[in-house]
Structure formats: C-alpha cells, structure tokens
Design a binder for this molecule. Structure first.
Ligand code: UGA
Length: 449
C-alpha cells in the first residue's frame, strides 16, 4: 500500500503540495486550523491566485483522493507521512523566524501519534529547528522513536507552483534512517523516475539548502542592483551592463534583472532570519553579507521615489500619480512585502494622489492600503496622471502603447521600476522616461543580442 499522506498547513506551500500529491495518485488529507480556508478548499476554491492549481484541486476532490479537515485526531489516525507546511513568518520584534505555528503544529500532532509514521518538515526554518522538533516529537508522541522526523525543503515559486512541485529542479531529503529515506523515495518516485535529482543529506544540511538557495537568489538580485547604483553615480546604463554579464555562462541572466528589487513572503524574511541565525551561530560574515543585500534592496525603493519626485518637478504635493502594478511580482496576487505597494504608499505620504491598477492584486491591496485610490484598468490609472510609475512587470504593462497612454495622461512622465520598457520608443513618443540605474537621456548604445 502506498503511504497515506497528511499535509499540515494549507497555505501556498501546503495547498500546492496536497493537491500535487493527490494528482500523483496518493490518498491525501490536508489540515488547517483555519476553518474558512478548509471549507474553501473542500469546496474547490483556492484562496490565492495560482495558475492551474484550482483545476487540479477540483480534480483531486472529484477523485476522492484529496480531502481537508481541521481535526488533528483525524490527521494522526489517517497519515503514514505527515508533511508540516505551516508558515514561518518574520517575528514582529526581530529579524528572526517566528516558529510559533510550527511548534504548535508539532505539539498538537505528536501526542496523537500512536503508530509508526514519518513527520516531514517542509516549512522554511533556521538551521537547528529540526533538533527542537525531534526533541518534542520524542517527548510527546506515544509512538516514541517510531514517529521519526525528516526534513524536505520546498523550492516552489509563486506563479509556477504546480510545475515546481511536479518537476522540481531537485528533491532534497534530510533523513536519519534508511527507513525514512525509503518512504520519501516512494513519495517522490514519480518525479525521480522522470529524472529529477534526488539528494539525501542529514537534517541540518536539508534545512540549510533552502535558506542558502533563497539567500543566493537575493544576493544575485542585490548584486545587479548595487551595480545599478554605480551606474547612477557615473551615468552608465545597467540594462546593457546586465545583458553583457549574462552572456557569461558562469554568471547567467536569471535573477540578474535590475530594478525595484525583491519582495514577497519568502526572500526578504528568509534572508533576515538566516542573518539572525548566522549571528547567533557566530558566523558574522553571513549576517553582514545578507544585511547589505537587504539594505541594497530597500534602497531601490527609496531611489524609485526619488525618480517620481524628479519627474514631478521636485514635489509630489497634490500631484496625480498613476501606479501600474502592486503585486510583489507579475502573475501573482500576493502583496506581502511588495516593493510596488511600498513605493505607492511612500509617494502617497509625500502628498500625491495615487491611483493604483494591478491585474490581480487590487482586492488584497485595498484591504491593506485603503488610503490609496484604485482603478480597474491601466488606462483609468493613467488618466490625468502627472507621473506614471511602472512597478510590477505584468505583461499588460510591458506591452503598453506609449501613444495610447500618452493621450490619457496629463503629462508624459514615466518611471520604469523594472527596466522593461523600450526607452527609445517611449522617448520618441514624447515621454520623459526614467529608470533605475539608467541615464536620464538616451546616451547608451544598444547591444546586439
Ligand atoms: C522564492 C524562490 O524563488 C523559490 O525558490 C522559493 O521556494 C520561494 O521563494 C520560497 O521560499 O517559498 P517567490 O517568492 O515565489 O520564490 O518569487 P521569485 O520568483 O523568486 O521572486 C522573488 C522576488 O525577486 C520578486 O519580488 C521578484 O520581482 C524579484 N526579482 C526576481 C528581481 O527583482 N529580479 C530578478 O532578476 C528576479
């Protein structure tokens, strides 16, 4: 019999994991303490925007392989493998990760584990957390050592969650026994047979792989944005600079796109938590490095506000600013730590009348920033604007027609926070075009691709 699986925590990671494992043929029970979330999922509704996932959710429910519950008792008696997928946000009082949900989950589950099973941590955690979790499991579970812990980090990206789960770049499992390895090989037999590398490590290494990957990605983004700062100081152009670097295969072009920098529910809080953990471990170099990565990233937001001020002629008081994009990245409705919303809020604070349009995130943005105005189309956000700010690179914006938008705005001023528009085309259409890390006028020669 294939192992029966529970997924504890049905947020982004958990819902995706539960749906995809059911799609791979397993019997899956998803658990969350949030009743509204469980009801929505059980009714086939996803509480967030993610391509393809809702259809798979409905298919899983129809097949009878996927169910949801709020009962830990039901989960404990059902599951042979329990995946912990609860959130580990940043603590309110420090940079460190908040393990409250994770430990509450373990403390609710462990006393109910009366037979052999594998508990698998998937949440992103500071290295060393698995030690704390396994100590609680051993202390609280009636099954004793037969309720074993493993760690299996998740690398999915929002907007690509299904593909990243069904065909990840790699599967990493941190285990303490051959039995735990065998169980996880059975769970991931499908992707492994399709050629996905399957790496077996100890638990601390598995915990570290995830935070190291996110730290590297964040560092890459901040590296190119630090180069943008140099470009601004000397009048060079970051776009051809990044393009030239990307042709070196050792460097590569992914996560080397200059602009407003990274946000979302993962990279910012993960580098802060990693920095805090490294400091506690006495590895000051990592915490200094990641502190600078964070600072460079946040400076891009301030610099974007400077560009808005410059285009508005030195003051934003009473000026109309149209904001294109407020999700933290395109193809997502997630606004957690969104650089775009941060800039929109600051510009509003400087006295501007800010009107935001986003193809997916307006509902969520309205709840958090009721002081901003919201439009239901790009054209409506641009109408009568003194300055337009492109802050999230949705395709609708990257393909915008400068002549059409030019007729709507009060003044043809645009700041491109993601360096995605053709500067020459917009300038030729009569726009003052500014972008982070790019010269104020067209003095750069475009490179052949
Ligand atoms: C990120 C990682 O990419 C996933 O591997 C990881 O599993 C996930 O965090 C997580 O920890 O759960 P995600 O937050 O969905 O995934 O988004 P990314 O596509 O990585 O983008 C992160 C941010 O970096 C976005 O704000 C994006 O706009 C920004 N970015 C990305 C840049 O500013 N420049 C780039 O060149 C690339």
């Amino acid at each position: 019999m294939p192992p029966r699986i529970t997924v504890l925590g049905t947020g982004y990671l958990g819902a995706t994991h539960a749906v995809c494992l059911a799609e791979l043929g397993f019997q899956v029970l998803g658990l969350d303490t949030n009743e509204a979330q469980v009801s929505a999922l059980a009714a086939g509704r996803l509480p967030f925007h993610e391509p393809d996932l809702e259809e798979l959710l409905r298919g899983g429910l129809r097949s009878g392989r996927l169910r949801f519950t709020t009962s830990y008792g039901e989960a404990a008696s059902f599951g042979d493998v329990h995946f912990i997928c609860v959130g580990t946000p940043q603590r309110a009082d420090s940079d460190a990760a908040d393990l409250t949900h994770l430990l509450a989950c373990v403390e609710a589950l462990a006393p109910l584990l009366t037979r052999p099973c594998l508990v698998v941590g998937k949440s992103t955690v500071p290295v060393g957390t698995s030690e704390i979790v396994s100590e609680r499991l051993a202390r609280l579970s009636p099954a004793g050592p037969a309720a074993e812990l493993a760690w299996n980090p998740e690398f999915l990206r929002e907007g690509h969650a299904v593909a990243d789960t069904m065909r990840p770049d790699r599967i990493v499992v941190g285990v303490r026994s051959a039995r735990a390895e065998a169980i996880l090989r059975e769970v991931y037999a499908g992707p492994a047979a399709a050629g996905v590398p399957f790496l077996v490590t100890g638990l601390p290494t598995a915990e570290l792989v995830k935070v190291a990957a996110n730290a590297f990605l964040a560092t890459k983004v901040s590296f190119i944005n630090a180069m943008a700062e140099v470009c601004e100081a000397v009048g060079a152009d970051i776009v051809p600079l990044a393009q030239a670097l990307s042709h070196d295969e050792r460097i590569g072009g992914r996560f080397l796109v200059p602009g407003l920098g990274f946000g979302g529910g993962c990279l910012p809080k993960d580098i802060r938590a990693f920095g805090a953990a490294a400091r506690e471990l006495g590895v000051g170099s990592v915490s200094t490095l990641l502190g600078e990565v964070d600072a460079i990233n946040l400076r891009r937001r301030a610099r974007m506000v400077d560009l808005a001020l410059e285009l508005a002629g030195g003051s934003l008081e009473g000026r109309a600013v149209g904001v294109l994009g407020c999700s933290f990245k395109p193809n997502s409705d997630d606004i957690r730590d969104s650089p775009a919303l941060d800039v929109a809020g600051t510009v509003h604070g400087l006295g501007a009348r800010v009107t935001v349009y986003d193809p997916a995130a307006l509902g969520k943005a309205r709840q958090v920033h009721p002081e901003l105005e919201y439009a239901d189309s790009m054209l409506a956000a641009a109408t009568d604007a003194d300055v337009l700010l492109l802050l999230t690179e949705w395709r609708e914006f990257t393909e915008a027609d400068p002549d059409v938008l030019g007729k709507a705005v009060a003044q043809r001023n645009i700041a491109d926070g993601r360096s995605v528009l053709d500067a020459g085309r917009w300038r030729a259409a009569g726009w003052r075009y500014r972008a982070l890390g790019r010269p104020a006028s067209a003095d750069s020669i475009s490179l052949a691709t």
